[in-house]
Design a protein around this ligand. Structure first.
Ligand code: ADP
Ligand code: ZN
Ligand code: ZN
Length: 723
């Protein structure tokens, strides 16, 4: 027999299916991992097919060396998904397979967790009456039965325990155990559904795709849990995705409380061991509900009854790094394969998904009011230019300071949102204009006051902060736009006695950092939580009555077609944190463009109005979802190479453009806005074409890239980020 094998190497030349002979004494199945000889090396491979006859000269085909596991790690569904993604996204087969396994498994760094237990043997040589500690252990084990070795040795000391083992009084036993991720224990509260929730649950029954549009606080989570329960009762399984940043301890705790041992959690905060053990529980069918971030869409859960993608509009569902994929597309594949239900949920659906709902591709389900009937928080738009004219040069508007004082007097809580971590966006010399930049990337450095360092947010490199301008020697250094650290500092000056917490990438990088900050915030009143996007989603704090948005325009003037949509979403989500229980919340939104339509629609919670305006704009200007954008990004250490290769490709794309002149709206070649990241130069070809023949054109575009070019080449369809 012959096996078709994909070699687990991320190289263009190896991106095909190789043939190997299956030794007579070896039994293999499709999906298994094996070691095969390749040139002078032994490499890992995946069996993707088995045939009785080979395509190549059979006498030259080498045999498989050995199997890695004795079961297929890649299940049939995932194999089909691999071929589908390779075809659709032009990805290398091996790089897709890597998405399907915990990375630690591929590199063999995983050790199973072995836990040692001790118990009385019932025999052996009992300790003398003077050996108090040993006798203590014997008593303890008599009373409590089998105990963890480490617990007993921590309590009584290692030496006495060891003596008992040596004398045969105590026996040691080793067990392989699963590492369980930490979560907060809460009670499972079964709530009576509101009429709207019940209607949603009753509607979402078929094997098709739904868009659940429910305002913040409408109780979408409870709907999801009911849908999942129904599937479990039918002996089916469920997969629920939430964005990494809203994968809050609270969400996890809720699911654990409701579904107990049946839940597996997959998120970036897990240790390698925890992730591997959760993966195994999913693989072997022990876990029946998977809750996780983006990558969980690839977990090998079988017999799916429902897939739920919460906060479906979130950008993080699109993988921006190689291999690039869109979770929506993978979810659609799995829905069809499993013939199950798919739910996209959001308070602010993406323009793309909502237009699919309008076109009937998704079924729209709406929950327009909050669970407790509370009104949506009142959003007050503050014109910061006016504030300045009236002599306020602080970073907070007067009404915000006034509201904060109220919150503090009432011992309630506030959240302040600023979408930039660090102290200030850059440091610049006022005399000569020098700006500190990263040596490896074409970006200005962000000043972090707590460490007194300049940091590159693209590569992580650190540099000395400027006190003297290296170019002209001046000490007149200006700080750029404010970040979280600066906001905290200003709040400290205003309210020295109030607890002020900060939540951003810098304060949550250590394991469980998130949980600790959120728990402290939950238990402190009054308190102010300052944070980036991380505070925008999923949190449900009863006592937050005020939300301040310090620089709402920050996401508005980014140079991509989704920036207005993103601003609308951010404001709605952040505002949604306020007033979730008894008292109506209030939101103070600071802007320099108070008349921008995005603020008008957002402050009225008018999603439909916003959608109409935005969709119309995209239609007439030919932007997605009414046209397609393709960016081909070339990167390489040598600027000449990358510029040259990009140009060659561009000339070929031009031929495609000429053949489809009617469809093309735009085509150009240029340096990427960020010309250099991590010492690699970046050039790009940008194009936009109409939808009628989009798939056909896209296929032709893929062929424009020379297989042998030295640069790394990335294709992006409707990219989120154009830097
Ligand atoms: P969303 O995700 O739509 O913003 P959540 O799912 O966070 O809303 O629900 C908001 C709050 O309402 C939560 O505290 C939740 O526990 C509570 N809740 C949800 N459904 C009900 C219900 N049927 N009865 C009472 N409280 C509910
Ligand atoms: Zn200077
Ligand atoms: Zn850098």
């Amino acid at each position: 027999m012959f096996a078709k094998i994909i070699i687990d190497q991320d190289a263009k030349a190896l991106d095909k299916v190789f043939e190997y002979r299956v030794p007579d004494d070896m039994s293999v199945q499709v999906g298994e991992r094996v070691i095969v000889p390749f040139g002078s090396r032994n490499l890992q491979g995946f069996i993707v097919g088995l045939e009785d006859v080979a395509v190549f000269d059979e006498s030259k085909i080498k045999p498989i060396s050995r199997k890695i596991e004795d079961f297929p790690v890649i299940k049939k569904e995932m194999l089909e998904l691999m071929f589908y993604m390779a075809d659709k996204l032009h990805l290398k087969l091996a790089s897709i397979l890597r998405l399907f396994l915990p990375s630690e498994m591929r590199t063999d760094q995983i050790k199973e967790l072995i836990v040692r237990y001790v118990s009385l043997s019932g025999g052996g040589q009992m300790p003398s009456s003077r050996a108090k500690k040993q006798l203590g252990i014997v008593e303890f084990l008599k009373e409590n039965g089998k105990q963890k070795f480490s617990d007993v040795s921590n309590q009584f000391g290692y030496a006495p325990l060891f003596a008992l083992v040596k004398n045969g009084v105590v026996v040691v036993e080793e067990k392989q155990e699963n590492r369980v991720p930490v979560f907060d224990e809460i009670k499972n509260e079964h709530r009576v559904l509101t009429a709207l929730q019940q209607r949603a649950v009753d509607t979402i029954t078929e094997n098709k795709t739904y868009l659940l549009h429910g305002v913040t606080g409408s109780g979408k989570t409870e709907v999801y849990m009911n849908l999942i329960e129904r599937q479990l009762a039918l002996d089916k399984t469920a997969l629920m995705l939430v964005p990494e940043i809203s994968l809050t301890p609270q969400v996890l705790a809720n699911f654990k409380a409701r579904f107990g041992e049946k839940v597996a959690l997959i998120h970036s905060g897990l240790s390698a061991g925890e992730r591997f053990d959760e993966w195994k529980r999913i693989f072997f069918g022990e876990a029946r509900v998977v809750v996780g971030a983006r990558s969980a869409i690839f977990t090998p859960i079988e017999n799916l009854g429902i897939i739920i993608i919460d906060e479906e509009h979130e950008q993080s569902y699109v993988s921006e790094s190689n291999p690039r994929y869109d979770t929506h597309m993978v979810a659609e594949f799995r829905r069809k394969y499993n013939d199950c239900t798919l739910v996209f949920g959001s308070a602010t659906p993406s323009i793309e998904s909502y237009s699919k709902a309008i076109d009937g591709e998704y079924q729209l389900v709406e929950m327009p009011v909050r669970v407790n009937g509370m009104e949506m928080p009142k959003i007050v738009v503050i014109d910061m230019l006016m504030e300045m004219r009236q002599g306020n040069n602080q970073i907070f508007a007067i009404p915000l300071i006034y509201e904060l004082k109220n919150v503090i007097e009432q011992k309630k809580q506030a959240m302040i949102f600023i979408n930039r971590r660090g102290f200030s966006s850059f440091q610049r010399c006022r005399q000569c204009g020098y700006v500190a930049k990263c040596t490896d990337c074409d970006v200005s450095l962000v000043y972090h006051r707590t460490e007194n360092k300049l940091k590159c947010h693209y590569c992580g490199k650190r540099f000395r902060a400027l006190d003297v301008c290296p170019s002209c020697g001046s000490r007149d250094i200006k700080q750029g736009a404010i970040g979280t650290e600066r906001v905290v500092e200003e709040l400290h000056k205003l309210f020295p006695d109030v607890r002020i917490l900060r939540m951003d990438n810098d304060t949550t990088s250590k394991k469980n950092g998130h949980r600790e900050i959120l728990n402290e915030f939950r238990n402190t009143k009054p308190a102010i939580l300052v944070g980036t996007q991380m505070i925008a989603k999923g949190h449900d704090f009863e006592d937050v009555v005020l939300v301040g948005i310090v620089d709402a325009d920050q996401s508005l003037y980014q140079s991509d077609y989704r920036s207005i949509e993103r601003t609308f979403q951010l404001i709605t989500q952040v505002a949604g944190r306020a007033g979730r229980s008894a008292s109506q919340g209030r939101v103070i939104l600071q802007t320099y463009s108070p008349r921008h339509y995005v603020y008008r629609f957002a402050s009225n919670y008018d999603y439909k109005g916003f959608f109409k305006k935005e969709a119309n704009l995209r239609k007439v200007t030919n932007f997605p979802p009414y046209a397609r954008i393709v960016r081909i990004l070339f990167t390489h250490e040598n600027e000449n190479t990358v510029a040259q290769e990009c140009k060659v490709c561009y000339n070929k794309v031009k031929e495609v453009r000429d053949a489809y002149a009617e469809d093309f709206v735009y085509l150009d070649v240029m340096k990427a806005p960020l010309n250099k990241i991590k010492n690699k130069f970046r050039y790009q070809i940008m194009m936009r074409f109409k939808l009628d023949k989009a798939d056909e054109i896209e296929k032709k575009i893929y062929d424009c890239v020379d297989e042998k070019c030295k640069s790394s080449v990335f294709f992006e369809i409707n990219p989120n980020n154009l830097s």
